[in-house]
Design a protein. Structure first.
Length: 319
Protein backbone atom coordinates (compact mmCIF):
# COMPACT_ATOMS: atom_id res chain seq x y z
CA UNK A 1 0.00 0.00 0.00
CA UNK A 2 1.20 3.48 -0.86
CA UNK A 3 2.00 5.46 2.32
CA UNK A 4 -1.00 7.31 3.72
CA UNK A 5 -0.38 11.04 4.06
CA UNK A 6 -3.89 12.42 4.59
CA UNK A 7 -6.65 11.16 6.90
CA UNK A 8 -10.13 12.57 6.53
CA UNK A 9 -12.61 11.95 9.32
CA UNK A 10 -16.35 12.30 9.50
CA UNK A 11 -17.66 14.11 12.60
CA UNK A 12 -21.21 13.21 13.66
CA UNK A 13 -21.52 9.69 15.11
CA UNK A 14 -17.87 9.09 14.21
CA UNK A 15 -16.12 11.39 16.69
CA UNK A 16 -19.08 12.27 18.91
CA UNK A 17 -22.76 11.38 19.39
CA UNK A 18 -24.78 13.73 17.22
CA UNK A 19 -28.47 13.64 18.07
CA UNK A 20 -28.19 14.74 21.70
CA UNK A 21 -26.29 17.88 20.71
CA UNK A 22 -28.75 18.75 17.95
CA UNK A 23 -31.76 18.17 20.21
CA UNK A 24 -30.28 20.43 22.88
CA UNK A 25 -29.58 23.10 20.27
CA UNK A 26 -33.08 22.90 18.82
CA UNK A 27 -34.65 23.09 22.27
CA UNK A 28 -32.56 26.14 23.17
CA UNK A 29 -33.56 27.78 19.88
CA UNK A 30 -37.26 27.10 20.43
CA UNK A 31 -37.04 28.56 23.95
CA UNK A 32 -35.37 31.63 22.47
CA UNK A 33 -38.12 31.96 19.86
CA UNK A 34 -40.63 31.87 22.68
CA UNK A 35 -39.09 35.11 23.96
CA UNK A 36 -38.25 36.85 20.69
CA UNK A 37 -40.86 35.47 18.26
CA UNK A 38 -43.70 34.20 20.45
CA UNK A 39 -46.32 33.84 17.71
CA UNK A 40 -44.03 31.54 15.76
CA UNK A 41 -43.03 29.52 18.83
CA UNK A 42 -46.64 29.04 19.92
CA UNK A 43 -47.75 27.90 16.47
CA UNK A 44 -44.77 25.68 15.57
CA UNK A 45 -43.43 22.93 17.82
CA UNK A 46 -40.02 21.36 17.23
CA UNK A 47 -41.52 18.68 15.00
CA UNK A 48 -43.29 21.33 12.93
CA UNK A 49 -40.03 23.23 12.42
CA UNK A 50 -38.31 20.03 11.26
CA UNK A 51 -41.13 19.29 8.82
CA UNK A 52 -40.86 22.81 7.41
CA UNK A 53 -37.15 22.31 6.78
CA UNK A 54 -37.77 18.97 5.05
CA UNK A 55 -40.36 20.59 2.80
CA UNK A 56 -37.98 23.46 2.05
CA UNK A 57 -35.22 21.05 1.01
CA UNK A 58 -37.62 19.30 -1.35
CA UNK A 59 -38.73 22.61 -2.83
CA UNK A 60 -35.23 24.05 -3.12
CA UNK A 61 -32.83 21.18 -3.86
CA UNK A 62 -30.11 23.66 -4.80
CA UNK A 63 -29.59 24.49 -1.10
CA UNK A 64 -30.39 21.07 0.39
CA UNK A 65 -26.68 20.25 0.89
CA UNK A 66 -26.17 23.27 3.18
CA UNK A 67 -27.92 22.51 6.47
CA UNK A 68 -27.03 25.91 7.93
CA UNK A 69 -28.55 27.75 4.98
CA UNK A 70 -31.63 25.52 5.12
CA UNK A 71 -32.17 26.30 8.80
CA UNK A 72 -31.65 30.03 8.36
CA UNK A 73 -33.89 30.24 5.28
CA UNK A 74 -36.61 28.25 7.03
CA UNK A 75 -36.49 30.60 10.00
CA UNK A 76 -36.57 33.69 7.79
CA UNK A 77 -39.66 32.45 5.97
CA UNK A 78 -41.48 31.47 9.16
CA UNK A 79 -40.60 34.67 10.99
CA UNK A 80 -42.04 36.67 8.14
CA UNK A 81 -45.15 34.46 7.92
CA UNK A 82 -45.92 35.07 11.60
CA UNK A 83 -45.28 38.80 11.49
CA UNK A 84 -41.80 38.87 13.03
CA UNK A 85 -38.62 40.46 11.69
CA UNK A 86 -36.87 37.94 9.38
CA UNK A 87 -33.54 39.47 10.43
CA UNK A 88 -33.95 37.65 13.76
CA UNK A 89 -32.92 34.49 11.92
CA UNK A 90 -29.25 35.51 12.02
CA UNK A 91 -29.27 35.89 15.80
CA UNK A 92 -31.24 32.67 16.13
CA UNK A 93 -28.63 30.77 14.11
CA UNK A 94 -25.79 32.17 16.21
CA UNK A 95 -27.51 30.79 19.29
CA UNK A 96 -28.24 27.45 17.61
CA UNK A 97 -24.63 27.00 16.48
CA UNK A 98 -23.24 27.86 19.92
CA UNK A 99 -25.26 24.95 21.31
CA UNK A 100 -24.66 22.73 18.29
CA UNK A 101 -20.92 22.84 18.94
CA UNK A 102 -21.32 21.67 22.55
CA UNK A 103 -20.48 18.07 21.72
CA UNK A 104 -19.01 15.30 23.86
CA UNK A 105 -16.33 13.36 21.93
CA UNK A 106 -16.09 9.63 22.47
CA UNK A 107 -13.32 8.79 25.01
CA UNK A 108 -10.92 7.43 22.39
CA UNK A 109 -11.07 10.47 20.10
CA UNK A 110 -8.85 13.12 21.69
CA UNK A 111 -6.05 10.71 22.71
CA UNK A 112 -5.85 9.09 19.27
CA UNK A 113 -6.16 12.28 17.21
CA UNK A 114 -3.46 13.89 19.36
CA UNK A 115 -1.12 11.09 18.32
CA UNK A 116 -2.10 11.09 14.65
CA UNK A 117 -1.76 14.83 14.15
CA UNK A 118 2.03 14.52 14.47
CA UNK A 119 2.27 12.17 11.47
CA UNK A 120 -0.67 12.85 9.19
CA UNK A 121 -2.59 15.72 7.70
CA UNK A 122 -5.92 15.47 9.52
CA UNK A 123 -8.99 16.97 7.85
CA UNK A 124 -12.56 16.79 9.12
CA UNK A 125 -15.34 16.44 6.55
CA UNK A 126 -19.03 16.65 7.37
CA UNK A 127 -22.43 16.90 5.75
CA UNK A 128 -23.42 18.76 8.91
CA UNK A 129 -22.31 22.11 10.28
CA UNK A 130 -20.39 21.52 13.49
CA UNK A 131 -17.10 23.44 13.75
CA UNK A 132 -14.34 21.35 15.42
CA UNK A 133 -12.46 24.57 16.29
CA UNK A 134 -15.32 25.43 18.66
CA UNK A 135 -15.48 21.99 20.24
CA UNK A 136 -13.12 20.02 22.54
CA UNK A 137 -11.30 18.95 19.34
CA UNK A 138 -9.97 22.45 18.64
CA UNK A 139 -6.43 22.43 17.28
CA UNK A 140 -6.42 18.78 16.19
CA UNK A 141 -7.37 19.29 12.53
CA UNK A 142 -5.33 21.08 9.89
CA UNK A 143 -8.52 21.83 7.96
CA UNK A 144 -12.26 21.41 8.52
CA UNK A 145 -14.68 21.23 5.60
CA UNK A 146 -18.48 21.22 5.43
CA UNK A 147 -20.81 20.30 2.58
CA UNK A 148 -22.14 23.85 2.68
CA UNK A 149 -18.67 25.22 2.00
CA UNK A 150 -17.78 22.92 -0.90
CA UNK A 151 -21.21 22.96 -2.56
CA UNK A 152 -22.25 19.32 -2.27
CA UNK A 153 -22.95 16.69 0.38
CA UNK A 154 -21.60 13.16 0.39
CA UNK A 155 -21.88 10.73 -1.32
CA UNK A 156 -20.84 13.41 -3.81
CA UNK A 157 -17.00 13.43 -3.77
CA UNK A 158 -16.65 17.23 -3.43
CA UNK A 159 -15.63 17.09 0.24
CA UNK A 160 -12.95 14.47 -0.44
CA UNK A 161 -11.64 16.33 -3.46
CA UNK A 162 -11.44 19.59 -1.55
CA UNK A 163 -9.32 17.86 1.11
CA UNK A 164 -7.08 16.31 -1.56
CA UNK A 165 -6.69 19.64 -3.35
CA UNK A 166 -5.70 21.35 -0.10
CA UNK A 167 -3.15 18.62 0.72
CA UNK A 168 -1.83 18.37 -2.86
CA UNK A 169 -2.28 14.60 -2.84
CA UNK A 170 -3.81 11.86 -4.97
CA UNK A 171 -6.74 9.77 -3.67
CA UNK A 172 -4.59 6.66 -3.07
CA UNK A 173 -2.53 8.68 -0.57
CA UNK A 174 -5.58 9.34 1.58
CA UNK A 175 -7.66 7.37 4.08
CA UNK A 176 -11.20 8.19 5.16
CA UNK A 177 -12.76 7.05 8.43
CA UNK A 178 -16.47 7.29 9.12
CA UNK A 179 -19.54 5.55 10.48
CA UNK A 180 -21.89 5.54 7.48
CA UNK A 181 -21.58 2.68 4.97
CA UNK A 182 -22.74 4.78 2.01
CA UNK A 183 -21.84 8.39 2.81
CA UNK A 184 -18.47 7.50 4.30
CA UNK A 185 -17.08 4.15 3.15
CA UNK A 186 -18.64 3.73 -0.28
CA UNK A 187 -18.37 7.42 -1.17
CA UNK A 188 -14.68 7.52 -0.25
CA UNK A 189 -13.67 4.39 -2.11
CA UNK A 190 -15.70 5.44 -5.16
CA UNK A 191 -13.38 8.45 -5.31
CA UNK A 192 -10.26 6.31 -4.93
CA UNK A 193 -9.54 6.80 -1.23
CA UNK A 194 -8.89 4.00 1.20
CA UNK A 195 -11.76 3.75 3.68
CA UNK A 196 -12.31 2.23 7.11
CA UNK A 197 -15.72 1.62 8.61
CA UNK A 198 -15.94 2.88 12.20
CA UNK A 199 -18.73 0.75 13.63
CA UNK A 200 -19.17 1.80 17.25
CA UNK A 201 -22.62 0.25 17.57
CA UNK A 202 -21.81 -3.21 16.20
CA UNK A 203 -24.25 -2.82 13.31
CA UNK A 204 -24.46 -5.26 10.37
CA UNK A 205 -22.94 -4.15 7.08
CA UNK A 206 -25.54 -3.56 4.32
CA UNK A 207 -25.75 -6.60 2.05
CA UNK A 208 -26.09 -4.47 -1.08
CA UNK A 209 -22.66 -2.89 -0.61
CA UNK A 210 -19.24 -4.46 -1.06
CA UNK A 211 -17.76 -5.19 2.38
CA UNK A 212 -15.37 -2.58 3.78
CA UNK A 213 -11.60 -2.93 3.58
CA UNK A 214 -11.54 -3.04 7.38
CA UNK A 215 -13.92 -2.48 10.27
CA UNK A 216 -12.89 -0.86 13.55
CA UNK A 217 -14.81 -0.35 16.78
CA UNK A 218 -13.07 2.87 17.83
CA UNK A 219 -10.12 5.04 16.88
CA UNK A 220 -7.67 2.85 18.76
CA UNK A 221 -8.43 0.37 15.99
CA UNK A 222 -7.32 3.01 13.50
CA UNK A 223 -3.94 3.26 15.23
CA UNK A 224 -3.58 -0.51 15.06
CA UNK A 225 -4.57 -0.62 11.39
CA UNK A 226 -2.09 2.14 10.50
CA UNK A 227 0.73 0.43 12.38
CA UNK A 228 0.01 -2.93 10.75
CA UNK A 229 -0.96 -1.85 7.24
CA UNK A 230 0.12 1.65 6.28
CA UNK A 231 3.81 1.14 5.95
CA UNK A 232 4.91 1.98 9.49
CA UNK A 233 3.81 5.58 8.99
CA UNK A 234 3.34 6.26 12.71
CA UNK A 235 6.23 8.01 14.37
CA UNK A 236 8.48 6.16 16.75
CA UNK A 237 7.09 8.38 19.49
CA UNK A 238 3.78 6.54 19.37
CA UNK A 239 5.57 3.36 20.46
CA UNK A 240 7.67 4.90 23.22
CA UNK A 241 5.50 7.72 24.57
CA UNK A 242 3.89 6.50 27.79
CA UNK A 243 2.24 9.70 29.00
CA UNK A 244 1.24 13.00 27.40
CA UNK A 245 -0.84 15.41 29.45
CA UNK A 246 -1.72 18.61 27.59
CA UNK A 247 -4.09 19.98 30.28
CA UNK A 248 -6.29 21.55 27.61
CA UNK A 249 -9.59 20.31 29.03
CA UNK A 250 -10.35 23.70 30.62
CA UNK A 251 -12.61 22.18 33.28
CA UNK A 252 -13.71 19.00 34.95
CA UNK A 253 -12.03 16.51 37.25
CA UNK A 254 -9.91 14.58 34.75
CA UNK A 255 -6.69 15.18 32.78
CA UNK A 256 -6.57 13.16 29.56
CA UNK A 257 -3.47 11.25 28.58
CA UNK A 258 -3.18 11.79 24.83
CA UNK A 259 -0.50 9.14 24.35
CA UNK A 260 -1.49 5.63 23.17
CA UNK A 261 -1.35 4.51 26.81
CA UNK A 262 -4.58 6.46 27.52
CA UNK A 263 -3.49 6.59 31.16
CA UNK A 264 -5.89 9.35 32.19
CA UNK A 265 -5.52 11.12 35.52
CA UNK A 266 -7.96 12.46 38.09
CA UNK A 267 -7.49 15.83 39.81
CA UNK A 268 -7.00 15.60 43.57
CA UNK A 269 -7.60 18.31 46.21
CA UNK A 270 -8.64 21.02 43.79
CA UNK A 271 -6.00 22.12 41.25
CA UNK A 272 -7.44 24.94 39.12
CA UNK A 273 -7.77 25.08 35.32
CA UNK A 274 -5.99 28.16 33.91
CA UNK A 275 -4.52 29.41 30.63
CA UNK A 276 -1.07 28.01 29.84
CA UNK A 277 1.87 28.86 27.63
CA UNK A 278 0.08 27.00 24.83
CA UNK A 279 -3.54 26.08 25.40
CA UNK A 280 -4.60 25.21 28.93
CA UNK A 281 -2.80 24.42 32.16
CA UNK A 282 -3.34 23.40 35.76
CA UNK A 283 -2.45 25.57 38.74
CA UNK A 284 -1.35 23.64 41.84
CA UNK A 285 -1.37 25.13 45.34
CA UNK A 286 2.05 23.75 46.28
CA UNK A 287 0.58 22.01 49.31
CA UNK A 288 -1.48 18.97 48.39
CA UNK A 289 -2.83 19.43 44.87
CA UNK A 290 -1.87 16.66 42.44
CA UNK A 291 -3.08 14.48 39.55
CA UNK A 292 -3.54 10.80 40.34
CA UNK A 293 -2.79 8.50 37.41
CA UNK A 294 -5.04 5.52 36.85
CA UNK A 295 -2.09 3.20 36.25
CA UNK A 296 1.45 3.36 37.58
CA UNK A 297 3.80 4.34 34.75
CA UNK A 298 6.75 2.39 36.17
CA UNK A 299 6.24 -0.79 34.09
CA UNK A 300 6.59 1.28 30.91
CA UNK A 301 9.47 3.51 31.97
CA UNK A 302 12.11 0.79 32.35
CA UNK A 303 15.55 1.92 33.45
CA UNK A 304 15.49 5.44 32.01
CA UNK A 305 13.05 8.06 30.81
CA UNK A 306 12.86 11.72 29.95
CA UNK A 307 10.32 14.20 31.26
CA UNK A 308 9.43 17.53 29.64
CA UNK A 309 7.05 20.16 31.01
CA UNK A 310 6.31 23.88 30.96
CA UNK A 311 6.25 25.04 34.59
CA UNK A 312 5.58 28.57 35.81
CA UNK A 313 6.36 29.14 39.47
CA UNK A 314 4.95 31.89 41.66
CA UNK A 315 7.24 31.13 44.58
CA UNK A 316 10.44 29.12 45.03
CA UNK A 317 12.01 27.75 48.18
CA UNK A 318 15.57 27.12 49.18
CA UNK A 319 15.77 23.61 47.73
Amino acid sequence: MHPIELITLDLDETLWPCMAAIQRAETALHDWLGQRAPRLAQAMALGDLRAHRRDLMAQRPAIAHDVTLVRRTSLELLLEDFGHDPALAAEAMDLFMAHRNQVDPYPDVIPVLSVLTADFKLVSVTNGNADPAKTPLRGLFRLSLTAGEVGAARPDPALFQAALDWAGLAPHQALHVGDHPLYDVQAARDHGLHALWLNRQGLPWPEELEPPMAEIADLHGLLTWLADTAGGRLAASTNTLVGWYQFDEGGGLFANDTSPSANHGSLQNGPVWVSGKTGGALSFDGVNDFVRLGTNLSPWLGGSASLTAWIKTTQTGDN
